[in-house]
Design a protein around this ligand. Structure first.
Ligand SMILES: [Cu+2]
Length: 626
């Protein structure tokens, strides 16, 4: 009997192996694992042509530095080598974006959670790719922000929007931070009503700088245009179907701007999920209803905020998706991959509770198929499946365009700390290869490494550029610039794609390419990749700087305010102790001080809190459908 059972078990495992192999063949088409990230890739950005930086929360990662696990690592694309970096504040669900001087600003995080970490709530850490160093400002923000969004501005600064002052699954009126501030600072935080009105689905609000200098903001199901000069909003219609910010976590991107469409800025939202009613989203401790058995939305809606200002349905997603990631490809299409088909972003530390987590994950059924979105294709034919991911990319994954035109995708860790249990923490660094990847490419050696607004045109000798290609017509040749941005949680701040105006000479030997349109709102200053595209096939991307090299003096002057704050002590904070009782626990429920008190009188602090709480009380009463 025992023998029979053993044999039976052996047969079963053989069947399982065959099945896995069959599935494995389908999975990972046009994908490959190229390395190991050392820290789980919750956040990701391109530092220079050969390095990306992975950022994570403070947890038990295998890569270590100065006697503690690292949560930031610089990864060399050509060698797979990784360098642990000693960022000391807990960058748990931080925001981030490139600034106009080419440095990357990361904002906020949450309380110290051991591993020698420090409270990251007020932190503003700046990575300088030219020196490969971090400037760490533990009190770099005036406000405590977890899940803030960051948007590059036309003057080289960044705006830091929203978030909450405590860790949790969704925001509450008590923990919400409905304001924005800037780096370098332009004064005190300014209240933004939409962020107060859209609790609880308002974290990582979806922000885009528009060509007229206004900020488009989508939060909950609401949308506005925010005038930064008058600090006032213009309401736009609610987005149909489902709320889109975290933890509904739709994929979102501004579609490519082209001379043909007058650099129109259309923003596309795909997926997300409805839990039916607002109360179902629960509170800091987690959702009030089961999430993992709920199917995500396939809804795709787009808006041209400065044009019609109306929502318009685009082709629905071929399959439901939460946390799908849009990444611009140099041929004018977009990669859409990763995420899950059921549930939401987030996790439950205890693995129990009304959310019915799978393992600890509040999302389940990962999506493997990669979809390519063609914004210019006729309605009904914009999605096309192409290949698949090798590994599941659930909560806390990230994806980025690389200079070679492939997509780097990594992360996945819907867990309180590193685990091998289902769904396990992933360190696999994978690449997905788009259709053009192995084709002969135009050369990139005539592309500039610097582009100015309204600057001089430049020329490309096309015979030289296509020497390795077999091209019949050059009529489709153009140059595109892409900001790869800062990727995390299905959003990517600063990601933009803009095609430069160009014309072939009469003899078709030279492509004359105009400089950038003279409007930094279209494409804020900072780093970008430049591609020459011929017949839909891009060259390698040239790492370039857009606009003036530094932050303008007027803005930079206020940076001196931060000079005295440019420090973190070597001391770790006491780890924040949390209760992990059953039935609870979204992410860490950690309440921390609401304001950076460093140079702010107490009286003012109290006063401002009262104003904001009064506003919050008004909106709590308003009935909101999600
Ligand atoms: Cu997160």
């Amino acid at each position: 009997m025992v023998q029979l059972l053993v044999r039976h078990a052996a047969l079963l495992s053989a069947v399982t192996l065959v099945l896995t192999a069959a599935l494995g063949m389908a999975r990972g088409k046009h994908s490959k694992t190229i390395g190991d990230s050392g820290v789980s890739a919750q956040m990701l950005f391109l530092a220079d042509p050969d390095h990306v930086v992975f950022m994570d929360k403070a947890e038990n990662n295998p890569l270590s530095i100065n006697g503690h696990p690292a949560w930031v690592a610089r990864y060399q694309l050509s060698s797979g080598r990784k360098q642990a970096m000693d960022v000391r504040t807990n960058t748990f669900c931080a925001g981030g974006a490139p600034a106009g001087d080419g440095r990357y600003v990361t904002t906020g995080g949450t309380a110290a959670l051991g591993y020698k970490s420090q409270d990251g709530g007020f932190a503003l850490n700046i990575y300088d790719p030219s020196t490969n160093t971090w400037e760490q400002n533990r009190h770099g923000m005036q406000t405590n922000r977890w899940y803030s969004s960051v948007e590059p501005m036309a003057d080289g600064s960044v705006i830091i929007v929203g978030g909450q002052n405590a860790g949790g699954y969704v925001s509450t009126q008590r923990t919400n931070e409905p304001s924005y501030e800037f780096y370098p600072s332009k004064g005190e935080p300014v209240h933004m009503g939409i962020l107060a009105r859209t609790v609880p689905v308002n974290l990582y609000p979806l922000t885009f700088l528009m060509s007229n200098g206004e900020l488009f903001v989508q939060s909950g199901r609401q949308a506005i245009l925010w005038n930064l000069d008058s600090a006032s909003e213009k309401a736009l219609p609610n987005i149909p179907d489902v709320p889109r910010p975290y933890p509904s976590s739709a994929g979102v991107a501004m579609m490519p701007m082209t001379p043909d469409n007058g650099y129109k800025q259309t923003i596309l939202f795909c997926g997300g999920i409805s839990l039916g009613r607002k109360a179902a989203w629960g509170a800091l401790s987690g959702p009030a209803v089961s999430t993992t058995d709920k199917v995500a939305s396939t809804s795709c809606q787009q808006i041209d905020p400065l044009g019609s200002g109306q929502w318009q349905a685009s082709d629905a997603l071929p399959e439901p998706r939460v946390m799908g990631m849009f990444v611009h490809l140099p041929d004018g299409t977009l990669f859409f991959g990763g995420g899950v088909k059921k549930g939401t972003a987030g996790y439950t530390a205890s693995g129990k509770g009304p959310g019915k987590p799978v393992g600890q994950s509040l999302g389940d059924d990962p999506a493997y198929t990669v979809q390519i979105y063609s914004p210019r294709a006729p309605a009904g034919s914009r999605w096309k499946a192409y290949g698949s991911l090798l590994n599941p990319r659930l909560y806390h994954s990230s994806a980025l365009l690389l200079p070679d035109g492939a997509i780097l995708i990594s992360g996945s860790n819907p867990n309180e700390d590193v685990t091998t249990a289902h769904w396990p923490t992933s360190y696999a660094v994978d690449k997905w290869y788009p259709p053009y990847y192995n084709m002969p490419r135009p050369s990139s050696d005539q592309l500039p490494t610097r582009l100015k607004y309204g600057g001089k045109s430049f020329t490309i000798d096309m015979a030289r550029a296509i020497a390795d290609m077999n091209i019949k017509s050059l009529d489709s040749a153009y140059v595109r610039i892409i900001r790869t941005g800062f990727s995390t949680h299905g959003v990517n701040w600063g990601q933009r794609s803009l095609q430069l105006k160009s014309q072939l000479s009469v003899d078709k030997r030279t492509l004359v390419v105009q400089g950038l349109p003279n409007n930094p709102n279209l494409f804020a200053p900072g780093p970008a990749l430049i591609f020459l595209v011929v017949d839909g096939v891009p060259s390698m991307g040239v790492f370039a700087h857009i606009g003036p090299k530094g932050i303008p003096a007027a803005v930079a002057n206020s940076m001196s305010k931060f000079a005295s704050l440019n420090q973190v002590s070597a001391e770790a904070d006491e780890p924040h102790v949390t209760s992990t009782g059953e039935g609870g626990g979204g992410e860490k429920d950690v309440s921390i001080s609401k304001r950076c008190t460093k140079d702010m009188p107490d009286s003012e602090l109290v006063q401002r809190d009262h104003v904001w709480e009064a506003v919050a009380a008004n909106v709590t009463a308003a009935a909101l459908s999600e």
